[in-house]
Design a protein around this ligand. Structure first.
Ligand code: G3P
Ligand code: MG
Length: 259
């Protein structure tokens, strides 16, 4: 759907960007129910009735876009050291599942193409977090945005990043894709930052949000995403305040009924 300024809808809080996305988002594909940032996470989403995932996208040394959270390979694969120096062929051979559980032995790091195929096949929306390797912000923003524009056909993905430079590059490469600026700590000048990046949403650590701040962000015509919300009571409160996207590891605890 078209999310540009001509296609905004009005809700009780004012003029807001049109919004096709569901309230609940599975963090790193399958939260804590599958090895993070793998296709096994999509299976967990389907099992638990989730229709949106968040995942982290970065570049291999030879510029393939693939899913991985950390700068280094050690925590979530059987590889070692910085991911940024590895070409895709080496990354594709790694086991990205056995660290999580023996039943996931042989799980591979997915490419962005594979993630897009699963989204299309299972009717799942995507929040693609651009997570550049150190020093590769601009090229990662550009390449992820271009690839996302090409690969997602039926449902517009939402791009986000903690990196201003990556999101600015994504804006320039694929202006039509909606963007959310990510903050660990929401700075005093948040509005100037999101305006400069022409964002539709502000994404932040859930502990940063208060009811008045959510109202202020909504009054500015912006949507919100809160991460990582694993407590059902907190999720319910954030939803009552009007937080649009609640990103969680606990697909088993946070249900649409609960909210
Ligand atoms: O995009 C929300 C959330 O994923 C940001 O934190 O570190 O899990 O990528 P992180
Ligand atoms: Mg992330």
């Amino acid at each position: 759907m078209n999310l540009d300024a001509r296609n905004r809808d009005r809700d009780a809080h004012g003029v807001m960007p049109a919004w096709p996305y569901p309230r609940l988002v599975a963090h790193r594909c399958g939260g804590k129910l599958a090895p993070e940032n793998t296709l096994a996470g999509f299976d967990a989403c389907v099992r638990h009735g989730y229709s949106m995932v968040e995942f982290d996208a970065k570049l291999s040394a030879d510029n393939r876009v693939y899913l991985l959270h950390d700068d280094d390979l050690d925590r979530t694969t059987n590889g070692h050291g910085p991911a940024k120096v590895q070409p895709w062929d080496a990354l594709a051979a790694l086991d990205a599942g056995s660290w999580f559980g023996a039943q996931f032995d042989g799980t591979r790091l997915p490419t962005l193409e594979q993630a897009a195929e699963r989204c299309e096949r299972d009717g799942i929306f995507a929040n693609i977090e651009i997570k550049p390797c150190p020093g590769r912000d601009v090229e990662t923003g550009e390449r992820v945005a271009r690839a996302a524009l090409k690969l997602w056909r039926s449902a517009t993905p939402l791009l986000s990043s903690f990196s201003f430079d990556a999101l600015a590059a994504a804006r320039d490469a694929a202006p039509s894709l909606p963007r959310g600026m990510l903050f660990e700590t929401i700075p005093a000048d948040w509005l100037a930052i999101v305006r400069e990046l022409d964002c539709v949403a502000l994404h932040a650590d859930h502990t940063e949000f208060t009811e008045p701040l959510v109202a202020q962000i909504r009054a500015a015509g912006l949507r919100t995403l809160a991460y990582t919300v694993n407590d059902p009571a907190r999720a319910r409160l954030l939803a009552q305040w009007g937080v649009d996207l609640i990103c969680t590891d606990r697909l088993d605890l946070l249900t649409a009924d609960l909210l």
